[in-house]
Design a binder for this molecule. Structure first.
Ligand code: DP6
Length: 375
């Protein structure tokens, strides 16, 4: 039994860490190259707080995005002589990027038990983003999921019989070890990560597609990202998650995430957009409330973030439309709205919200179907 009073073992399709340890590989590969493109995602119920080994303190659910993507090419060649270290070179948008090395080194250390071939190869990792550099858009989700998929493509060559379901599950499992939210970027359109009693197949170890009924109101849902502050993040997510250890409201918050996921499950079925707004906006503000009430405390919203939120409230009241907002751990605002309200909402963004974005910048995106292999 876990802290929530139900037994995880009843869901027999849920895999354990051991299921991701490979057997000796039947094939050999000398060298090659693979390219994956993987999207970012936006959480509706937020992951904030974790246990050891990247286990989330509560379940989360996200829309997979479409246009905000990372493209990663991984070149690999077998080392002539075995060495006991990871050999890799890193390029970001065509330029050598040594500042990413520690994060990648840590990722490789974490995934090595599950990919025992890593020290047999030299790697060149070449990565680029579709969204502007340092826009404050989380690139770790798209970046880590793209890299995990590239590594899985190598494993698939070493084990050609591997089935697609295992490939997807393990890619998500590995991506999680790089960055928690990255495990929700492999598939679309709605992905749940973290065990939730009544979501079939849900697991703390990887993301799964939300397979319940989803009302057509949520088909092709739009997400416009307002770039309010493109500066370096004031709080890294690693530090942020740690703030939940010993946080006075942590336990109640983790429980609330379960409740909100339950509420969303019903909302997806009924198509009730007003209820959707209540859950999603409350989740965003709760995330920030957790940061404002931790020790040390952080205030990540900017005056323009609040101005935008107030304008959304007013627009909703006056228009009767269903535009709502969510936030990540920063000042940027994600505007979520149904496809059929796109015209009026886009006009409102141009006329009334654009002015609060840094250099008037925003990105129109929407729900997408997950990562794709390019080569
Ligand atoms: C606020 O996945 O970036 O975006 O596991 O430490 O890499 P690490 O954290 P990360 O945290 C994302 C937090 C969030 C909410 C969410 O996406 O669920």
């Amino acid at each position: 039994m876990n802290g929530f009073g139900f037994n995880r073992k009843i869901y027999i399709c849920v895999m354990t860490e051991k299921d991701f340890l490979p057997k000796p590989y039947p094939a050999a590969v000398a060298q090659g190259e693979v390219t994956w493109q993987s999207p970012s995602n936006i959480a509706l119920v937020k992951y904030w707080g974790k246990l050891d080994h990247q286990i989330p303190a509560n379940p989360s659910i996200s829309f997979t995005l479409d246009s905000c993507r990372t493209t990663t090419t991984l070149k690999y060649s077998k080392k002539e002589k075995h060495s006991d270290n990871f050999e890799f070179e890193l390029y970001f948008e065509g330029e050598k990027k040594d500042s990413f090395r520690p994060k990648i080194q840590k990722f490789l250390e974490r995934v090595e038990p599950y990919l025992p071939f890593l020290k047999d190869y030299k790697f060149i990792i070449d990565t680029s983003n579709s969204f502007p550099h340092s826009s404050g858009i989380a690139s770790s989700a798209s970046g880590m999921s793209a890299l995990a998929l590239c590594l899985m493509s190598i494993e698939k060559q070493l084990d050609p019989e591997m089935d697609d379901k295992y490939f997807t599950r393990k890619s998500s499992f590995l991506a999680r070890l790089g960055s928690g939210s990255a495990c929700r970027s492999i598939e679309g359109e709605l992905v749940v990560w973290g065990f939730q009693r009544n979501i079939y197949g849900s697991s703390d170890l990887y993301g799964v597609q939300f397979r319940d009924e989803v009302h057509e109101n949520f088909r092709n849902y739009r997400d416009t990202i307002l770039l309010v502050d493109k500066g370096e993040k004031q709080v890294s997510s690693t530090v942020g998650h740690e703030l939940m250890n010993g946080h006075p409201f942590a336990e109640r918050r983790f429980q609330q995430a379960h409740e909100n996921l339950d509420r969303l499950k019903k909302i997806f079925r009924s198509g009730d957009l007003s209820e959707f707004i209540k859950v999603v906006e409350s989740e965003a503000l709760t995330l920030h409330a957790m940061m404002m009430t931790s020790q040390p405390y952080f205030l990540l919203m900017k005056p323009n973030t609040l101005e935008i939120i107030n304008r959304i409230f007013k627009f909703r009241e006056e228009s009767g439309l269903h535009l709502c907002f969510t936030l990540d751990a920063g000042a940027n605002v994600h505007l979520l709205y149904p496809e059929k309200e796109e015209k009026e909402t886009s006009e409102f963004i141009e006329a009334s919200l654009k002015q609060y974005c840094q250099n008037g910048q925003f990105i129109h995106d929407g729900v997408g179907s997950g990562a794709s292999k390019l080569a």
